[in-house]
Write a protein that binds this ligand. Structure first.
Ligand code: GLC
Length: 421
């Protein structure tokens, strides 16, 4: 009996040793693209490293550029070279169709976990039946405003762009008359990049001017409401908006607003948590509302996690993706970083909604946000977006009028489409 126990003990010990060695020898380094904007890098790396501690693998960050447009260009270079340098990539809501040939189908590895997420996001991330990215967080454009200043000037939260313009003029003039010459009425994302496509789509769509290209693939941008919406944005530059906005991404706008130098800001949900930090000059003074418009339109955004087809450790990378997109991690990111979860169940979680009142009070904004015309234009979407943001940028730089710009844009889009998208 005793010798049998000893044999059993020895067998078990060598088995455990073998498993341990095996685990160790299989530990790999997984490279993920985290950051660089806002709190993205902090939260992304925090949980990627938590996964590494649990699994014995290690994490390397491949820090991409901040602009979505530049991220896409970089990914395309990596993919063209079939580079295995990056395993896990942050994928913009606008991209699954564009990157479909280079992302791994996660369906065989996901154990059906995608079914817990919003079906519309899963559908967006599924191309030709392949699940190309797991939903990570969702975005919609929001209006941030200074509660204290609206109260001081007896103004209400604007529901039209005209109301926003006149409130911004009044408060800017009032604050400047007291010597605050750096104070501005309204800041947003006006640089020629994907962020301007999102902002300008809100102006156009929120004026009844459509979505550039409609769901059937018809080019609809050449209309009077769209032209007027772009003209209105041009009228802000140098009046209620600093001319520097023509070079602003999300973080530049947040910097101005967080330093108490603007009445209104258009931005995504992530800004909320940062505005409430102790080092924020506007902590406790900020409200969030739906964007002005008739009807109000918020562009749908968001980021998801995909695995490169060229990854040498694809199934381990997929395991990291499933961890990062899990309810546990999404909850922590929602509370600490105000990243909107992609799991409907989390919107009933009081810890999350207490930290971010807007996630429940503006639930219709998230439910009805306007998609960029990615599905209709497929692989040609980046060119469509580039033509649109360049047109908007030209109008805002006063190099052309809204009317001329939408006319020229229509013919440019016809060239891009040729026979079909
Ligand atoms: C946000 C959105 C993303 C969008 C980008 C534009 O990150 O989530 O969808 O493309 O802003 O700047």
């Amino acid at each position: 009996m005793r010798s049998m126990n000893l044999t059993l003990f020895k067998t078990l010990a060598s088995l455990l040793l073998a498993v341990g060695l095996c685990h160790k020898s299989q530990a790999v380094e997984i490279t993920i693209t985290c950051g660089p904007s806002g709190s993205d890098v902090e939260f992304c790396l925090k949980y990627a490293n938590a996964w590494a501690t649990q699994t014995g693998h290690t994490i390397k960050n491949f820090s991409p550029p901040s602009s979505s447009t530049e991220k896409l260009a970089l990914y395309r270079q990596l993919f063209a070279a079939k580079s295995g340098d990056v395993d896990v990539l942050q994928i913009d809501t606008a991209w699954p169709g564009v990157l479909k040939d280079h992302l791994l189908d996660l369906k065989p590895l996901s154990n059906g976990l995608e079914n817990q997420h919003f079906p519309a996001i899963v559908a967006n991330n599924t191309v030709d039946g392949h699940l190309l990215a797991m939903p990570w967080y969702t975005d919609a454009g929001l209006l941030y405003y200074r509660k204290d200043l609206l109260a001081k000037y007896g103004l209400k939260v604007p529901s039209t762009w005209e109301e926003l313009t006149s409130a911004a003029k009044k408060v800017q003039a009032g604050e400047r008359s007291k010597g605050d010459n750096d104070f501005h009425g309204f800041v947003f994302q006006g640089k020629a990049y994907e962020g301007l496509t999102c902002n300008a789509l809100e102006w156009v769509s929120g004026s009844g001017g459509g979505t550039i290209v409609d769901a059937q693939g018809q080019i609809t941008i050449n209309n009077a409401q769209a032209a007027q919406a772009l003209n209105q944005a041009a009228s802000w530059i140098g009046t209620i908006t600093p001319t520097g906005v023509l070079n602003y991404e999300e973080e530049e706008a947040r910097g101005v607003f967080q330093n108490a130098n603007a009445l209104f800001m258009r931005n995504w949900p992530y800004a909320w948590a940062l505005l409430q930090k102790d080092d924020s000059l506007v902590k406790g003074k900020v409200g969030i509302a739906k964007l002005p418009g008739n009807p109000s339109a918020a562009t749908l955004g968001g980021w998801h996690l995909g695995v490169s087809k060229y990854s040498k450790n694809a199934s381990i990378a997929a395991d990291l993706v499933l961890y990062m997109t899990s309810a546990q991690v999404q909850k922590a990111r929602a509370i600490g970083g105000s990243f909107n979860p992609t799991l409907p169940a989390l919107y009933k979680d009081k810890d999350i909604t207490n930290a971010n009142d807007f996630m429940s009070s503006l639930s219709d904004v998230f439910a009805n946000s306007v998609a960029r015309p990615t599905t209709a234009t497929g692989l040609k979407y980046p060119q469509v977006s580039q033509s649109f943001y360049n047109a908007a940028h030209e109008v805002m730089s006063k190099r052309t009028t809204g009317e001329e710009a939408v006319k020229k844009l229509e013919s440019r889009l016809k060239q891009i489409r040729r026979k079909h998208w």
